[in-house]
Ligand binder design. Structure first.
Ligand code: HEM
Length: 417
């Protein structure tokens, strides 16, 4: 088939659509695609030429091969607060495969079970507080609970002081990743404190001053070797944060899961009654339906052809994660919350992409996906068994705020009578 000239790709009328992205948030790429009747359009973001793509085919293009590197593909303000430079996400080829092996080893099923058991223990204290009549704000409480569970699971000191400091730092990294200006600068400043802490943890394990049980994730990171050498302390520290920060970020899915339980009480009743057979479909629908990362960027390492167009090397491509999860070609009635859709259906590697797509063991798909699902399942089960209600509050969230969260942070308290 003859390749078409790139000038045939629909363009936005505005020369730079950064403000539209900020204003429309999660739906920016999809709504623009709908308007231009296309799955790919050209625009400029932050003055840089970009191709925005959506849908399962686009996810396959993005995640189905090693065509895209993450180097130079996201603004530095975002990269610093999330994966950071030197991390697995910034690597390609064999280096990436070696580092990814480490993540997959410390996120294997036995260790995931150990994490969710620790989380259930940590939850007990909150359940007691709710039973005693206290109203808790689920978002801040889950940030703290997940931090405590993660530190204990990793094999690191989890005193209340440590948990408090780390919760503040880790939540700030995710909360402010989508911001610019002083709030982003503050979060980056506070991140450096976490990096120093993580570096100290790695050094202390290597010097045998801190002795977590063998096989705990912090030991696996401290002992991981590449080309026969351990990771530099700074790199090991970044990767330690790349475990604990996203674990804490699961709090947003937990808040949305609690909201979904409240708005769909038949599911709460089913789980409270002990029938957990549809717990996983429920967790999958939470990941599909609710907004988290809007998009992900990649830079092409060589020229490629897609939909008949020949793209040059170094093309900046932004894959619409949210829009792909809401694409009506993959998901009937995509804007309805319907866990049933996952009962007889396994998602393909490319149609459900809140945490990236493609194969698990290669490429950049999130290695924490199974832990995320297990964590959401655990909290849905625990919440269903906890007598609670949502007092009057503002449960709305805006699609322009990335990452999104209900405005109230989700207050929960004991039901009366
Ligand atoms: C809150 C839920 C989570 C979301 C929404 C999420 C989202 C994502 C996304 C979209 C990617 C793909 C990035 C890309 O294509 O470059 C990714 C990669 C990654 N995630 Fe997650 N993630 C979550 C939880 C976790 C957890 C719990 C962990 C670890 C315990 C984790 C660790 C990572 C790492 C290390 C990568 C980089 C993988 C690579 O480049 O090969 N994530 N995540």
């Amino acid at each position: 088939m003859a390749t078409k000239d790139l000038s045939g790709i629909p363009r936005t009328t505005l020369p730079d659509t950064s403000l539209s992205l900020l204003r429309e948030g999660y739906v920016f790429i999809s709504s623009t695609c709908d308007r231009l009747r296309t799955d790919v359009f050209r625009t400029r973001l932050l003055l840089r030429p970009a191709f925005c793509v959506r849908g399962a085919d686009a996810a396959e293009l993005f995640y189905g091969s090693d065509l895209f590197t993450r180097q130079g593909a996201m603004p530095g303000t975002v990269v610093h607060l999330l994966q950071d430079f030197g991390s697995v996400q910034m690597l390609d080829g064999q280096e990436h495969a070696d580092r990814k092996r480490m993540f997959l080893a410390l996120l294997e099923p036995g260790l995931i079970d150990a994490f969710t058991s620790t989380l259930a223990e940590v939850w007990d204290a909150r359940a007691d507080r709710i039973a005693a009549g206290e109203t808790i704000e689920l978002y801040s409480e889950t940030n703290r609970m997940l931090t405590e569970a993660a530190l204990r699971w990793l094999g690191l000191p989890a005193t209340q002081n440590q948990v408090g400091l780390r919760t503040q730092e880790l939540a700030a990294m995710v909360d402010h990743a989508g911001t610019v200006g002083p709030r982003n600068a503050w979060a980056r400043w506070i991140r450096r404190r976490s990096e120093r802490w993580a570096g100290r943890m790695i050094d202390m394990i290597r010097a045998d001053v801190l002795r977590p049980r063998p096989g705990t994730p912090a030991v696996l990171i401290a002992e991981h070797t590449e080309n026969g050498r351990p990771l530099d302390t700074e790199v090991a520290a970044v990767e330690l944060l790349n475990i604990v920060r996203p674990i804490v970020a699961v709090s947003r899915f937990i808040v949305f899961a609690a909201l979904a339980l409240w708005q769909n009480p038949q599911w709460k009743k089913e789980f409270a009654g002990g029938d957990l057979s549809r717990l996983q479909p429920f967790a999958q629908e939470v990941r599909r339906y609710y907004p988290f990362f809007p998009l992900i960027g990649g830079r092409s390492r060589r020229p490629f052809t897609w939909r008949g167009y020949r793209f040059p090397e170094d093309s900046w491509v932004l894959l619409d994660l949210y829009g792909t999860n809401h694409d009506p070609r993959s998901w009937a009635d995509p804007d309805a919350f319907r866990p049933e859709r996952f009962v007889d259906r396994e998602p393909t590697p490319y149609d459900l992409v809140p945490q990236g797509g493609g194969p698990f063991d290669s490429g950049h798909r999130c290695p924490g996906e199974r832990l995320t699902i297990a964590t959401v399942e655990t909290m849905v089960r625990l919440l269903s068994h906890t007598d609670h209600t949502l007092p009057a509050q503002d449960l709305t969230y805006t699609m322009a705020s990335m990452p999104a969260l209900p405005r109230s942070g989700l207050l929960i308290s004991r039901t009366h009578g």
